[in-house]
Design a protein around this ligand. Structure first.
Ligand code: 5MM
Length: 337
């Protein structure tokens, strides 16, 4: 298949009605934090047990079209000794891979960060593709304060995100472009809207500069919300603020917007996505690419015990099903019961 054919086929497989993406790409420090919260010490074997359990939940493929894996998981076998990428393909789920190498302070820009990982990325992508990954993910983060993010951070992060996306496409790998405006802080929803607009505008300028084909990428942004130390907005307010910003700065050629949950509770993330899909037709498919909001209940149910596997599988399946409904705007809180 040609490169263009590969990209188109992967986009088609990923963007399906009633489906979204599961982000299971926590780096070692992040997964250790999640495991500690449920009383489990993180080790390679425990990570394999947990991820193998949730990824083999029967019926997951009905609601999940793709899974973003961490490098370690891409090379592991499931508890039944099936290579994880194969396990996913067996459920018609597209395997993906997180390729950024994390973030560090941006020099001469106090408080801002920059994402690393471009060096040697072409060689790594080739290896990941040979192991079965058909899409990739790179995450930039932007802090909000009265003065952050700086112009420097907005431009530098947009540039690396665009270079990553162009490289992925040249190798037949669909890039997920993730500019996360962090929820930390006491800012208002209007301030988040302003920062999100500035960041997204710059990201699309950089994508155009690097000739990224918008038809063959997925945007994974944060929703427009107040900071977590401010009073919460209603799902309708979040939906209206988010869609209003996105209609101004996200080109219609982008096929799908798969939101991250960014510290929202599982129920909030579902309600907010549902409210957006209740606002009528938009140029893009509006779906999810949640990490915490899909996995938190499953991690609690598992609590490090293999015998809790079926309960963990049921928990992730429930959140996947409810977010699948939110993808169509047909979720209601009564469905939680
Ligand atoms: C699952 O967490 C991902 C990896 O984060 P680290 O590299 O910091 O460990 C993260 O990129 C995630 O894919 C997105 O933030 C979405 O996850 P949430 O939990 O925000 O929905």
């Amino acid at each position: 298949m040609s490169i263009q054919g590969e990209l188109a086929a992967t986009i088609e497989d990923l963007i399906q009605p009633g489906q979204g993406i599961l982000a299971a790409d926590e780096s070692h420090p992040t997964i250790a934090k999640r495991f500690t919260a449920v009383g489990v010490e993180s080790s390679e074997e425990k990570r394999r047990e947990y991820r193998s359990l949730i990824l083999s939940a029967p019926g997951l493929g009905e609601f999940i079209s793709g899974v973003i894996l961490f490098e370690e998981t891409l090379g592991q076998n499931s508890l039944d000794d099936i290579p994880i990428p194969q396990l996913l393909e067996n459920q018609r789920i597209v395997p993906g891979i997180k390729v950024d190498k994390g973030k560090k302070p941006l020099i001469n820009a106090p408080g801002d960060e920059i994402t690393f990982g471009l060096d040697g990325l072409d060689d790594r992508l080739e290896i990941f593709k040979n192991r079965g990954a058909r899409f990739a993910k790179w995450r930039d983060v932007f802090h909000i304060s009265d003065t952050l993010p700086s112009r420097q951070a907005v431009e530098a992060n947009a540039e690396v995100l665009a270079r990553y996306a162009a490289l992925c496409q040249s190798m037949g790998i669909v890039p997920i472009v993730e500019p996360e405006v962090l929820i930390d802080g006491g800012h208002s929803i209007d301030r988040c809207a302003d920062v999100s607009k500035t960041v997204l505008r710059e990201v699309f300028i950089a994508l155009a500069r690097h000739r990224v084909q918008l038809e063959h990428m997925i945007l994974k942004p944060s929703m427009v919300t107040p900071g977590k130390e401010s009073a919460k907005a209603t799902p309708e307010e979040v939906a209206e603020a988010t869609i209003s910003v996105f209609r101004q700065v996200v080109p219609a050629a982008v096929p799908g917007i798969n939101f991250l949950s960014g510290g929202q509770t599982p129920e909030e993330a579902t309600l907010n996505l549902n409210a957006m899909n209740c606002l009528g037709n938009q140029p893009w498919a509006l779906s999810f690419s949640y990490g915490r909001a899909l996995q938190e209940p499953a991690q609690k149910a598992w609590a490090g015990r293999l015998e809790n596997g079926p309960a963990a599988q049921e928990a992730i399946l429930k959140r996947a099903r409810l977010n699948g409904a939110a993808r169509a705007g047909t979720y209601s809180p009564e469905m939680e019961a």
